[in-house]
Write a protein that binds this ligand. Structure first.
Ligand SMILES: [Zn+2]
Length: 314
């Protein structure tokens, strides 16, 4: 949390104060504010947030409006024909650039029987014992101690309420120092990400002026296996299709009618297998058109601290 909070603070400051706010000063700010961050995190994950239950989501929307509103941000519900999105913003006098952040406030559905704690919406601190099992330890330990191997367990702690808590903490820490960014900040909060964000694509089109920005940061992704703060540039996106195959109406032995009725499962597997070679390279013509890595990009990629042996073992 501390390390990531440092990253969040750096983020908000990457432009105007990159020169002035050196790493030591950022560490200092993190040190001063991480307890505040912890209580924010505990508060935020204590709200049930399964989007299957709109009444749970309403609590999360109202909480977000209140939190950003109290900090002097504008808040606006972007209506959809279902659960709304929440756009919050803070403009900076004289700013010419705008950054847009994305977070989601909903979490995956909860199966309480699979949780090794009383309530998934009641955060607990855990430490891993010699057998690799996670054991509850007193949360009060965090008031005086910090161990990077401890974990807070509650629904959405990492995905994706932790980043929201970190953002607010970073914002508060900087505000206390009277430091403000020289660019406008917008945040789009999604409350149905774990349902596949059914209303987001339509809303992006409908509200594109409101969402306009020069840069976008999505704080909802996996960190590198090294557990270092991770920046990924670009998101490759998703495209999907529905494919229907037809076969015989009744069960058929393969020999019936002399192999007359093809097996759709076999045809589908042949089709899927034809899309990639054995090294995972896509074989569909044109798939890689326009994708070229420059020498500079390859150089950056070569610096990612991948430990292939460790990844394979894991
Ligand atoms: Zn997520």
């Amino acid at each position: 949390m501390k390390k990531i909070l440092l990253l969040a603070v750096s983020f908000i400051y990457f432009q105007s104060f990159a020169q002035e706010l050196k790493k030591a000063a950022l560490k200092d700010l993190t040190e001063q504010n991480w307890q505040h961050g912890l209580s924010l995190l505990q508060e935020i994950v204590s709200m049930p947030n399964d989007a299957f239950y709109p009444e749970q989501i309403e609590t999360n929307i109202a909480w977000s409006e209140k939190q950003f509103g109290e900090r002097g941000w504008t808040t606006e519900r972007l209506a959809t024909d279902g659960i709304p999105l929440l756009l919050v913003g803070k403009s900076s006098p004289g700013a010419t650039k705008t950054i847009l952040f994305y977070f989601h406030m909903d979490g995956q559905a909860v199966d309480r029987s699979k949780w090794n704690q009383e309530d998934p919406y009641s955060p607990v601190l855990k430490s891993q014992n010699a057998h690799g099992d996670w054991e509850i330890i007193p949360t009060s330990k965090l008031r005086h101690e910090y161990d990077p191997n401890w974990r807070i367990f509650a629904r959405s702690t990492s995905d994706d309420k932790g980043p929201v808590a970190m953002f607010l903490t970073a914002w508060d820490g900087l505000a206390k120092e009277n430091i403000a960014p020289d660019y406008n900040v917008k945040i789009i909060l999604d409350f149905e990400e774990e349902q596949g964000s059914p209303k987001l694509p339509g809303a992006v089109v409908k509200y594109k002026e409101k969402l306009a920005a020069d840069m976008m940061l999505i704080l909802d992704g996996p960190r590198h296996i090294s557990n270092e703060p991770t920046l990924s540039f670009g998101a490759r996106g998703i495209s999907d299709l529905t494919l229907t195959t037809y076969g015989p109406k009744f069960p058929q032995h393969s020999g019936h009618y002399g192999n007359y009725a093809p097996n759709p499962a076999l045809l589908l597997s042949q089709l899927l297998a034809s899309m990639k070679d054995e090294n995972g390279r896509v074989l569909i013509p044109g798939y890689y058109d326009g994708i070229e890595l420059t020498a500079e990009e390859k150089e950056i990629l070569s610096k990612v601290p991948d430990d292939e042996e460790a990844i394979q073992k894991s």
